[in-house]
Design a protein around this ligand. Structure first.
Ligand code: APR
Length: 234
């Protein structure tokens, strides 16, 4: 790697980086996410139709966070964050908190966070650690409309301006553990390529967008990510 030429790094992570911590990926072999079709638990329509089911689903995912820990891949990215003197932005599609528990700071959750509740009335987001019953009241506006702070299909991901600004200045773009099935994240590699960034994919198997990357390295994130970080920091 020509380290001298790299100042600005953007890293995109997906469910694959948390798989070895024991969190299920979305598109498993059975096509289900923890036994549910994504459209039954991850759309505004599902929330309107069956709030009890959707809230319970995310309550279970939130509770599961207490049973898992960051793995060597999260830790390696936190090490990169602590030591990389240039620009760095870690963009995660994951709603778990494993990057921050590993110590990452330059981090952005584009699809929301399990440990946050969003008021559907006033838009206020607040930290949330316990179960979130439907019709819980917002501390700011008092409306009983708190929902999981998750970006559902059909909703706009968070912080897109900041993400595109980083991508347009990137020298290196790395995609880790994502199937490349969901836009806009799946298109970030093209934005990075367009400004001449080097692009690397780290994944267990070739993703839908593998051909768009300069290089694809196949294997478990807990091996590939520490190796990449060691090379960047060497
Ligand atoms: N190391 C590296 N990659 C892995 C590992 C591992 N140990 N285990 C699985 N993978 C790879 C899989 O091969 C797959 O390509 O991680 C990818 C996970 O893909 P998805 O389950 O589709 O997850 P993701 O890409 O993060 O999903 C994107 O879809 O449902 C929505 O909003 C949700 O953020 C999510 C988005």
């Amino acid at each position: 790697m020509q380290k001298d030429a790299i100042n600005s790094i953007v890293i995109l992570t997906g469910a694959g980086i948390s798989a070895e911590s024991g969190l299920a990926t979305f598109r498993g072999p059975d096509g289900l996410w923890e036994g549910h079709r994504v459209e039954d638990v991850c759309t505004p329509e599902a929330l309107a139709r069956d709030a009890v089911l959707v809230h319970r689903f995310y309550d279970e995912r939130r509770a599961k966070l207490a049973q898992v820990s960051p793995n060597a891949a999260h830790q390696a990215l936190a090490r990169l964050d602590a030591r990389w003197a240039g620009d760095l932005l870690i963009v995660t599609q994951n709603v778990d908190d494993l990057h921050e528990r590993a110590g990452a700071k330059r981090l952005l959750h584009m699809h929301g966070e399990l440990k946050s509740a969003l008021c559907a009335a006033c838009g206020e987001a607040a930290p949330w650690s316990d179960a979130l019953p439907p019709a819980s009241a917002c501390a700011r506006c008092n409306e009983p409309r708190l929902r999981p702070d998750i970006v559902f299909f059909g909703e706009m991901p968070y912080r897109m301006d900041r993400i595109y600004e980083a991508l347009e200045n990137a020298d290196l773009f790395v995609s880790i553990g994502t199937s490349g099935a969901v836009y806009p994240a799946a298109g970030f590699v093209q934005t990075a390529r367009a400004v001449g960034a080097r692009t690397i994919e780290l994944n267990l198997e070739p993703s839908a967008g593998s051909a768009l990357f300069d290089e694809t390295r196949l294997g478990p994130a807990t091996r590939l990510v520490p190796d990449l970080v060691d090379a960047l920091l060497a």
